[in-house]
Structure formats: C-alpha cells, structure tokens
Design a protein around this ligand. Structure first.
Ligand code: NI
Length: 393
C-alpha cells in the first residue's frame, strides 16, 4: 500500500479494533440494529462525515465523503448479527443472549469505518465522492433491496463490498470476475394427508411416508435433470411431522434451499420441485403445496472491468502474492448481488485464517470471530480502490 495510506492506517488501527470489539458485544439481528446504527452514526458525526440515518427499513445509513466534482463510488458493509449463542469466551463476547456477530459483520462495519477515516484524510486527492453504505438485514432480510429503494445507489457509478472468509489466510483477498456466488431461495412444502391412530394405517393417508418419498425423489433434480456442467443445489434441510409415537399426523412440512447461477437453471429447479412434490404426493393419495421465498437473492456477478480495477488496486496494496484469483464460484449467497444488478462493481473475500493448517471456525459458528489482523488488509484495499477509481476518472 502507498506509504501515506499505510501511515494513516497505523494511526487509526487501534481505535478501529476497539470499535470492532464494541460492535461485537452488541449484535442485533435483521432490521433491529438500532444500537449498531447509533454507534456508527456517532462515529461518523465525531469524524465530521455527513450521513443520513433511518434508511433500509430504519437502521441503514448512507454517508458521503466528497472531494472535487467527479464520479461516485459506493462501498458497502452489512451490519446485522445472527441468532446464535456465542461460545468464544472472548473478553468482548456478545452481551446479548442468543445473539452473536457469528458472520463477522462487526468486522465489515469496522473495516468500512477504517476506510472512511483513511479516505477522509486523503479527501484532497479525491476527484469525486465516496459513498458509504451501512446496510441492515443481510442475513435473510434482503436489506440491500430496501437500501436501493431508499436511493442508496442513486448517482453511483461503481459499488464494492467484502466478506470475511476463513477459507483464505489473513493478509489476502480472493476475488473472481463474473459469477462469484449463487442465487438462493428457499422452498416450503406442506404435505396434506389424513391423520388417524397409529395402529390403523389403512384409514390414514400418511404424510410422513410421502415426505420421505418426496425428499428422496428431489435428489434426482440436480443429478438427473440439471445439465451436469451447471452448478446447482437442492437441499431439504427441515422436515417436521407428527407429535408422538402412536398418531399418524395430518400434515408434514418440508423446507429447503435452492442454489444456481443462471435464470434457466433456477426456473428448472422450481418447476421440478413443484412437479415432483405434486405427483409424488398424488401417487400416495396426498397433496403437496409448494411455495418459494418472495425475496430470492440473485446470483452475484462481478463486473469484469471493476474486478480488474480491484485486483490491480489490491496488488499494489498488499502485493500480487496475496491476491487470490478464484476460478470457481461458491454456492453461498449474498444480497450484495442486488447492488450489482443495478451498478457495475465487485465483491471480494477478505482472508481470516491465521495459518493454513489451523482450521479457522466457519462462518455462522458460535466460535467464529472476525480476525482483527485482517483489518489492515481490508481497510488498505478498500481505501486504495476508492482512491484509484476516483483518480482515474
Ligand atoms: Ni455474512
């Protein structure tokens, strides 16, 4: 990284780490991030960064650092925590029972605030505006769409974001042009049978048997119907039926997730799930009604030119050896994809692992903690990227 950027990071890093720990102690789930939002607003106010609060269903913030007239680059951090009971035993562990920053969004917020500090110091060199998006409800909330509806992308020329990843070593970033993450949606299936005494199965239409057959049959969607060259997932993750040992229940519930990278495969998965569920249920004299989520996450597609800019900036900041260019996409999903549907940009992974041979706790684990040593890398890359984007225009 440029020595000037590195020097600024040196002066702010301990403050940013303290802030990260403070955020970690106060995790809040989707659209309830009031404490977090206020804390971010306080920091922005203290540093003299103008911002609007109350966005994205109430807890989102859009801030801006304006230089000379020019283009606008948006940098985004998600701010929500998860319904997880923390088990790290850290001195700054969650103070809220049943809530935890188990996806490291506390680190994403701290990283963006750190980048904001650097860019504020470099404001004289900015030919354009840096817009900071603090987005609520990434986890199952689709908060990006609410931010966009509230104008977060109005006038924005490019958008960038990151997510911590235990798959890569701290000090590195990983990125890929084109498809980086899958589209995601959930399905919910209610199988209607006919309940009765467990000793009298001939009088029943047993939804448990139907649920078992549908679950098995759904395994053929990806293996027999999807083009083997197209990545896709159908996972049944939740089955629920019955209450006790001697009653055949009326209904069974089946829930799961679907993942793919293109609209055709996505449509195929939906059609096949409905068809297999309906006809399998019918074969056993039952019926099945299938619904899908209303706010599916689209596939995350990185823009080629913006990915190039990101890779170039990262190579200058942390060295080419620390920039991992991926060849395969991942089956996880991110609502950052919604921004990329509107504006070109790129999303990247920030390495979290301390050593390749020492397994780092996975995302959403009660042992996960964003790695503070990655902040220097994340802040440096984000700030350099914004500086380069705005100086090139
Ligand atoms: Ni996350």
């Amino acid at each position: 990284m440029s020595s000037a950027t590195g020097r600024i990071i040196d002066t702010i890093l301990s403050e940013i780490i303290d802030l990260r720990h403070e955020l970690h102690q106060h995790p809040e789930i989707r659209f309830q991030e009031s404490w977090t939002s206020n804390r971010i607003s306080d920091a922005l106010t203290k540093w003299g960064i103008p911002h609007r609060t109350g966005l994205g269903k109430g807890t989102g913030i859009v801030a801006s650092i304006a230089g000379k007239p020019g283009k606008t680059i948006a940098l985004r951090a998600d701010i929500d925590g998860l319904e997880v009971e923390e088990a790290t035993g850290l001195p700054y562990a969650s103070r809220i029972p049943g809530r935890m920053h188990a996806c490291g969004h506390d680190g994403h917020v701290a990283n963006l605030l750190g980048a904001a500090r650097v860019l504020l110091e470099c404001r004289g060199a900015l030919r354009g505006t840096v817009r900071l998006l603090f987005q609520p409800g990434e986890e199952q909330g689709g908060g990006a769409r609410y931010m966009i509806a509230d104008g977060a992308l109005d006038g924005v020329d490019a958008v960038f974001g990151l997510h911590g990843s235990p798959q890569f070593p701290a000090g590195t970033i990983a990125v890929k042009s084109g498809s980086l993450m899958a589209s995601a949606d959930f399905f919910r299936m209610v199988i209607q049978g006919k309940g009765c005494h467990g000793a009298d199965p001939a009088s029943a239409i047993d939804p448990v048997i139907v649920a078992a057959h549908i679950t098995t049959a759904l395994q053929t969607v990806v293996s027999r119907e999807v083009d083997p060259r197209q990545p896709a997932v159908v996972t049944v993750a939740h089955i629920e039926a019955g209450t006790t040992t001697n009653i055949i229940p009326d209904t069974a519930l089946l829930e799961g997730t679907i993942r793919s990278f293109d609209p055709e495969t996505d449509a195929l998965l939906r059609e096949a799930i409905e068809r297999i569920a309906g006809h399998t249920a019918q074969a056993f004299r039952a019926s099945a009604s299938v619904t899908f989520g209303e706010k599916a996450y689209p596939p995350l597609l990185n823009d080629a030119a913006m990915t190039e800019l990101l890779i170039d900036s990262a190579c200058r900041t942390i060295g080419a050896a620390n920039v991992v260019v991926l060849t395969e996409p991942q089956m996880i999903a991110e609502d950052f994809a919604c921004y990329l549907e509107k504006v070109p940009g790129a999303f990247f992974f920030l390495g979290m692992a301390n050593e390749p041979e020492a397994p780092y706790p996975p995302l959403h684990s009660p042992y996960y903690d964003f790695n503070d040593t990655a902040l220097r890398t994340g802040i440096g890359v984000m700030a350099e990227l914004a500086l380069r984007f705005l100086s090139a225009t």
